[in-house]
Design a protein around this ligand. Structure first.
Ligand code: ADP
Ligand code: MG
Length: 631
């Protein structure tokens, strides 16, 4: 009984343990018979395979994928036969086709006689672990692909400065093979001048810092250097810096392009800044000034700051904001424009400006590129030139007129010269017959044998007078036409005047007043000057048929002496005064018209001048100016 009780208790315990072990939720457990058919499983097993009850009698292969089925036959069963156990991974196959990776272990359960009795399979769903593994592998693969295909060099460097890894880009960029540089000092790749920088950034990295991006020149296989842009950071393992990771980008081309751009920018800046004309950029939308060179503001007297605040209408003296708007519309349409305008300087002066505008597009905006040429000087010059040319034309006209007049005078003079020559000839030729006639008339009058009545005597007198008159004409003609040969000496004016008065017959009713001075003396040919005075006196007597006064005065006048002879005669109208010196001009019935012309010739031959003032009915004054005698 006790035995039975004990056996019964042991049986109960066995079942309890059996249940406990079986129903632990951690692992799935299935017991299979030796043909691998399911005898029973625990709840975890049912959960894993998503079954409601144990699939008793179904072959385990039904719950495995093809690969695992294969594994069971080729690996698991032989192992069980040989060692009685197997451990490994299998893939479960769910009803709907989903697969569950399993970590499994199988053991053979032996019966009391030591024969194979059943197989206990315990297993765990390792889906999550598998996924993690897969994700890790995937990320590793991606990482490798990234490193391998990266266009930049990716490298690692150890604490002693040697290169521990290099990606394929290193070969492509530098031309070296990776083996040539793995485990070699990185510093040997760096341009000597950049070594200090390389060392500094390496030390920073080794201190656990991340230096800001830096540039180093790297030697390539061909011996050239490329410009590398570096970013590096420390490699930390278990809290300790074990080396550095770096990425290098070849920026040689970019650098060159940057430098070329800078160079070009500098060139254009210089062009812009040193242009002799103002250049400015205007925003076509706002008409605001975007950019301008110094000359633009300095030629208007503004500082850069002042000018930058201006609107176009603030300095354009001709355009209103509305005009500017209209012009902008026009340029937007036509693309360019050129016009002249006036700009007002800061102190209010106007400058003439030639504006040339070209529309350009900069960063998607319509910009007007304007050039201001200050053409004030040119304009002024043009205006002056125009004025000059007008004046010149006027001058030419005047000169032409003068030329014509002098030509006319020349013609007259030539004619006079010819007349002179003829007159001289004729004068000489007439003198002899006149002398004969005069002699004959005298003989007729004087011969006692010839009886002459009163009329005849009168006629002979007329003949005699006419001959005297003709002789005077001849003398005048000869005087006028003959060349004047001066024999000048110092003379007292008063003496010459007195001499001249005494040489002519003064009409009875004429009163002569000689108030000439004896000082200063003049330099003159006294005979010729006496002739001048003689002619003037005769004209005066002619003008005073009813008598009057003839007054002669002299006066020192700077370098000259003027002699003034005034009569109280009939005077002359204006049109006569103008012509008195013209040869052969006379208003007298028996005049020759050479008297004053001869006077003018003689006086001018002395370097002096003669002029006439007269008033009709009042009298006439003749002024003769002669140079003083310089001792
Ligand atoms: P002529 O005495 O032969 O006419 P002149 O040359 O001496 O020639 O004078 C020219 C003219 O000038 C005169 O005919 C006369 O009309 C005018 N004339 C000259 N002197 C006087 C004078 N003193 N008073 C008025 N008329 C004068
Ligand atoms: Mg006269």
């Amino acid at each position: 009984m006790n035995m039975n009780k004990e056996t019964a208790k042991r049986e109960l315990d066995k079942e309890l343990i059996h249940n406990r072990v079986f129903e632990t939720p951690i692992v799935g457990m299935t017991i299979l018979d030796m043909n691998q058919n399911v005898i029973f499983g625990n709840s975890t097993a049912r959960n894993i395979f998503e079954l409601e009850r144990d699939p008793v009698g179904v072959n385990v292969r039904e719950f495995l994928n093809e690969e695992s089925k294969n594994l069971v036959d080729t690996v698991v069963l032989p192992a069980l036969e040989k060692k009685g156990s197997w451990q490994g991974e299998l893939v479960g196959n769910l009803k709907d086709g989903r697969e569950v990776p399993l970590s499994a272990s199988c053991v053979v359960i032996y019966d009391e006689e030591g024969g194979s009795h059943a197989i206990l399979a315990t297993y765990r769903d390792i889906t999550e672990r598998k996924q993690m593994e897969w994700a890790l592998r995937e990320s590793e693969r991606r990482y490798h692909r990234l490193v391998d295909t990266a266009p930049d060099v990716i490298y690692t460097i150890s604490w002693d400065g040697t290169l521990t890894s290099l990606n394929p880009a290193f070969e492509k960029i530098t031309g070296w093979s990776r083996n040539e540089w793995l485990n070699k000092p990185f510093a040997e790749l760096v341009h000597p001048d950049d070594l200090a920088k390389a060392v500094e950034t390496f030390q920073q990295t080794m201190r656990g810092e991340t230096p800001p991006p830096y540039e180093l020149r790297i030697r390539t296989k061909s011996g050239d250097y490329l410009m590398g842009e570096f970013t590096s950071k420390p490699l930390i393992e278990k809290g300790e810096v074990i080396g550095g990771l770096g990425i290098t980008r070849d920026i040689t081309e970019r650098k060159k392009a940057e430098e070329a751009l800078q160079e070009a920018e500098k060139r254009y800046r210089t062009l812009f800044e040193h242009s002799p004309s103002g250049i400015l950029l205007i925003d076509s939308k706002t008409a605001g000034i975007i950019e301008f060179n110094d000359i633009t503001c300095s030629q208007l007297g503004y500082s850069r700051d002042e000018f930058a605040k201006l609107q176009i209408s603030d300095f354009d003296a001709l355009e209103t904001p509305r005009d500017t708007k209209a012009r902008i519309t026009k340029i937007l349409c036509e693309g360019k424009d050129a016009f002249e305008t006036k700009h007002r300087t800061k102190d209010g002066k106007l400058r003439d400006i030639l504006v040339i505008v070209q529309k350009t597009r900069i960063s998607g905006k319509d910009i007007f590129h304007c050039i201001f040429h200050d053409i004030t000087e040119r304009k002024t010059a043009e205006d002056q030139l125009e004025e000059y040319s007008e004046k010149l034309e006027q001058k030419v006209q005047e000169k032409t007129k003068e030329l014509l007049e002098s030509h006319k005078k020349l013609v007259v003079a030539e004619r006079l010269a010819t007349i002179g020559e003829v007159a001289t000839q004729v004068g000489h030729d007439l003198r002899n017959p006149l002398t004969s006639i005069k002699g004959a008339a005298y003989y007729l009058k004087m011969d006692k044998n010839i009886k002459l009545d009163k009329n005849a005597i009168k006629m002979l007198d007329t003949i005699d007078n006419s001959i005297t008159y003709s002789d005077k004409i001849i003398t005048d003609l000869l005087d006028f036409s003959q060349e004047i040969k001066l024999k000048p000496v110092g003379k007292i004016v008063r003496d010459i005047v007195t001499d001249a008065i005494s040489s002519i017959t003064v009409p009875k009713k004429v009163n002569v007043i000689n108030s000439t001075e004896s000082e200063p003396t003049i330099r003159a040919d006294s005979l010729l000057i006496r002739r001048v005075l003689h002619n003037v006196f005769i004209n005066a007597f002619d003008a005073m048929p009813d008598g009057g006064t003839l007054k002669i005065e002299s006066k020192e006048n700077g370098e000259n002496v003027s002699i003034r002879i005034c009569d109280s005669g009939v005077g002359m109208p204006k049109n006569v005064i103008e012509k008195v010196f013209t040869p052969f001009f006379t208003t007298k019935a028996r005049g020759v018209g050479l008297g004053l012309a001869i006077c003018k010739r003689i006086v001018e031959a002395h370097g002096g001048s003669i002029s006439v003032e007269s008033k009709k009915g009042k009298g006439t004054c003749v002024t003769i100016i002669l140079p003083k005698n310089k001792r």
